[in-house]
Design a protein. Structure first.
Length: 607
């Protein structure tokens, strides 16, 4: 959610660097963008635009000539929370007198009270955001010392923020602050300095990187910087930039989503590398080292968004393979429960970005009580990866489009490895363990078999694209896949879709079944196959249309999508791929902006 990018250096075209940085952050989801540039002479330009970064780029090209020199800048992509999507509400924001400028990620929970106190002092506001309040607080609190002023204001505001702040009173300085929202500080050998919400936006610019923790403040002045942690000067670990460069090309694919769907077989192979020896049927992930002597009796999965569907799937896995009592908790609600932490419970946190605000708050609460924590994230160095005791990186690479495909598949692959590891320590039989390992090794090839010919999926998508409402149905292992597939359809087509356990049809969803509402039923030849066949009969008896996803040729379905045959634990990998492809093709046929669905953000860093 939202993106921050900042620059200070010797180049004369800071605006171009800022626009490029924002383009790399577009995947996070936003509805407006803006930047502020200035130079050592004190000349300054503030440019903001509603819509895509390309709209901002066009305004920048018109408003800044090639002869103008700007060597400093801060920039932002905004996803509206406080106030409408307007230029006035777009970052960067400034105070009434235009002395302090800032970009802000996060939410200031006590902004309304602060705003009223400022209005009482005759401060005026041009927009509706909580961020503008911070700018006026800085002007109202100004002491003559830039850092001191910022530190005083930080004591006044509550909850989450990543901030870049500049001032006309200190034109060669930038102050960066992090509390609960991701922010990185980086530089290169040419004395160029950068700030970013995400490491991938820094690729090609910086070669040294500092991960900022909550409470850190960076004061950059000229070619020198100081970092304070909770008000005390500190030295932070400096890391080399070691990452794959952002893959910004779609190659021959029409959309990033399609490209990323087709990457999944190789991503699973990447997850296996060095972790799973299928010849010896042995798991050797580094994350499991140190867990040999742990004897957990319960697993609690803490999740948000798409991760919810991954967790629901793997509570079944943990109970059936590891014989562990498992439960799922919504992070935004779990924080307000009385969490009973004990040595026999493992708390597992999953997040694509590793910066999900609600999950981080719960993680901190559990850590304070001495709980055991395990993270499954995609981003090395992210907050969740650094705070958890153990963890697996999903190795999915940068996911450019907003809704998730390959990250979801990487998550469920990683969790299966964890379930198998814990299971073999408990009561999972060797015969069952070996069978799952054998079938798991075949998953990349089975996925590639699906990719070999997707023409039937496209043809079915054309047939159902005329409908406005859908049911997605599944049982047992397939229920979370039905939910995830329903979510994908909603995210990128904006069509209405509901997901239910197919066994619940008889309780009330049958009241809505009719010819105008097709049902997508996930029905591989697993433990629930015969029961799913009965559900088809219930739907057909009420004139409903049925699309089945199965390795069986189900004769009474209106449409059938075939997947390879395997065992119950492995089918979800295959049916999830089909659900993604079906959603993609319906959205493509309807002409939707698939890679950037409206109102959605990639990384939700506010509560």
């Amino acid at each position: 959610m939202c993106g921050i990018f900042g620059y200070q250096g010797k180049r004369s075209d800071a605006q171009k660097i800022l626009v490029h940085g924002l383009e790399r952050l577009e995947y996070r989801g936003y509805d407006s963008a803006g930047l502020l540039v200035w130079n050592e002479k004190g000349e300054m330009k503030l440019i903001r635009a509603v819509g895509k970064v390309s709209n901002l780029a066009n305004k920048v090209a018109k408003n800044i000539s090639d002869t103008e020199v700007f060597t400093f800048g801060i920039a932002h992509t905004r996803r509206a929370t406080h106030g409408w999507v307007t230029e006035e509400n777009t970052h960067p924001h400034h105070d009434m007198n235009k002395h302090f400028y800032l970009v802000h990620n996060g939410i200031i929970e006590n902004y309304h009270k602060l705003k009223q106190s400022l209005i009482a002092k005759w401060y005026t506001f041009y927009g509706e955001t909580d961020s503008e309040v911070i700018a006026n607080l800085l002007e109202d609190t100004r002491t003559g010392d830039f850092m001191e002023t910022v530190e005083k204001v930080l004591w006044m505001i509550r909850w989450a923020y990543a901030l870049l702040i500049v001032s006309t009173y200190a034109p060669d300085e930038i102050i960066a602050v992090k509390i609960g929202s991701p922010l990185l500080f980086a530089y290169n050998e040419h004395n160029e300095y950068f700030f970013s919400s995400d490491k991938q936006a820094l690729a090609g610019y910086a070669d040294k990187l500092i991960y900022l923790d909550d409470g850190d403040i960076v004061h950059l002045k000229g070619n020198d910087y100081q970092i304070k942690s909770d008000g005390v000067p500190t030295k932070k670990k400096i890391e080399d930039m070691d990452m794959e460069l952002l893959e910004s090309s779609k190659w021959d694919y029409k959309h990033f989503m399609l490209k990323e769907i087709f990457e999944q077989a190789n991503i699973i192979r990447r997850i296996f590398k060095g972790r799973a020896d299928f010849n010896k049927k042995f798991l050797n992930a580094e994350a499991f080292h140190g867990m040999e002597h742990e004897h957990f009796k319960k697993i609690v999965f803490v999740w948000c968004g798409t991760s919810y569907n991954a967790w629901c799937l793997w509570t079944y896995r943990m109970e059936n393979l590891a014989w562990l009592d498992s439960s799922c908790e919504i992070a935004s609600e779990y924080e307000y429960k009385h969490i009973k932490v004990n040595d026999e419970t493992l708390y597992v946190f999953i997040s694509q970005s590793g910066e999900t605000a609600d999950s981080i708050e719960v993680l901190k609460l559990i850590k304070q009580q001495g709980g055991h924590t395990f993270g499954i994230v995609n981003v090395v160095g992210s907050t969740i990866s650094r705070l958890t005791d153990y963890g697996l990186f999903t190795r999915a690479g940068a996911e450019i489009w907003v809704a998730s495909t390959k990250a979801f598949t990487a998550q469920i692959t990683s969790i299966l490895l964890l379930a198998l590891y814990l299971g073999q320590k408990r009561w999972l039989s060797k015969a069952k363990y070996d069978k799952v390992m054998i079938e798991l090794s075949k998953v990349p090839v089975m996925i590639e078999d699906i990719f070999a010919d997707t023409s039937n999926i496209r043809k079915i998508a054309e047939a159902i694209s005329e409908y406005k409402n859908f049911f997605f149905l599944g049982r047992h292992y397939q229920l979370p896949i039905a939910r995830e597939s329903s979510l994908k359809l909603k995210e990128i087509t904006y069509l209405h879709s509901e997901s239910y356990p197919s066994g619940e049809l008889k309780h009330w969803p049958l009241a809505l079944i009719e010819a105008s509402i097709p049902s997508v039923l996930f029905a591989p030849n697993d433990l629930m196959f015969e029961k799913n066949i009965s559900s088809i009969q219930e739907i057909k008896a009420r004139d409903g249309k049925v699309i089945t996803i199965s390795d069986k040729d189900i004769h009474n379905a209106d449409w059938n999508i075939q997947v390879p045959s395997t065992i119950d634990e492995i089918y979800p990998f295959l049916t999830a791929i089909v659900g993604q492809l079906l959603a993609y093709h319906v959205a493509d046929i309807l002409g939707k902006d698939i890679d950037k669905p409206r109102n959605l953000a990639k990384s939700v860093t506010v509560k």
